[in-house]
Write a protein that binds this ligand. Structure first.
Ligand SMILES: Nc1nc2c(ncn2[C@@H]2O[C@H](COP(=O)(O)OP(=O)(O)O)[C@@H](O)[C@H]2O)c(=O)[nH]1
Ligand SMILES: [Mg+2]
Ligand SMILES: [Zn+2]
Length: 219
């Protein structure tokens, strides 16, 4: 007998994701799922977006990590509501975890919620969270071959951010080649180059975000 565990897990998750999406649409809230490998700059990119848009958008962050509250404490220190989810070992967030986090946010008072997913380029791409937009951050320090190795996540997003461009000369990262490969995988997704360290490219990143937030129901 064959048991379709994976199929059942994804079907249950999809049902909960649809509920999350309905709940957000009813309140006109946009939710962006930020995915990347550990250390690519998820928290930094979210922090830059908070600084760049907080006078126009009411923001909150759902932080997903296997352990610790480091990232949610950093966001709370900016006076932005942050809900920490500790997955206790699981390498991705699920729609059910996000649903529990939404219970702790005042959705009527928000325009945009960031989800910082667990650092991982593999299974987060498979788990719909009920988000209204998804992006992946590649950092130049990881090398330019990641879209070849993890094509699913580069196909599954609405935008691709390339962070740490201040390090590009130190890391043999070929931006033209990277753009060509991701352009083949996901021709519709904009590729936004930025450096959180040098605050370059932040206008383009915040511009993309605000357009997304205004296009409620954000799809
Ligand atoms: N050189 C450089 N370092 C960065 C940049 N953005 C983030 N970092 C550093 O990379 C490390 C990981 O960043 P973080 O935002 O915590 O990544 P996360 O694990 O994906 O959330 C930290 O030490 C950041 O200071 C950047 O644009 N340039
Ligand atoms: Mg982080
Ligand atoms: Zn996982």
């Amino acid at each position: 007998m064959k048991i379709e565990v994976r199929k059942n897990i994804l079907a249950t998750n999809a049902a909960m994701a649809a509920e999350n999406r309905k709940r957000l649409a009813a309140q006109g809230v946009c939710m962006i799922n930020v995915m990347a490998s550990p250390g690519a700059g998820k928290t930094s990119v979210i922090t830059k977006a908070i600084e760049g848009t907080r006078d126009r958008l009411n923001l909150a962050v759902i932080e997903g990590d296997i352990a610790s509250e480091i990232d949610s404490l950093a966001i709370e220190a900016m006076d932005i509501p942050a809900i920490q989810i500790n997955t206790g070992g699981s390498c991705h967030l699920t729609a059910s975890m996000v649903s529990s986090a939404l219970d702790h946010l005042d959705l009527g008072a928000l325009d945009l919620i960031f989800i910082e997913n667990v650092g991982n380029l593999v299974c987060p791409a498979e788990f719909d969270l009920g988000e209204t937009g998804r992006l992946v951050i590649a950092s130049v320090a990881e090398g330019d071959d990641k879209p070849h190795k993890y094509p699913l996540i580069f196909r599954a997003v609405d935008a691709i951010l390339v962070n740490k461009t201040d390090l590009v000369d130190h890391c043999d990262f070929n931006l033209d080649q990277f753009r060509e490969v991701v352009g083949g995988l996901n021709p519709g997704a904009p590729v936004i180059e930025l450096s959180c360290r040098e605050s370059s490219g932040i206008d383009a990143w915040c511009g993309w975000l605000e357009t997304k937030a205004k296009s409620i129901p954000c799809d």
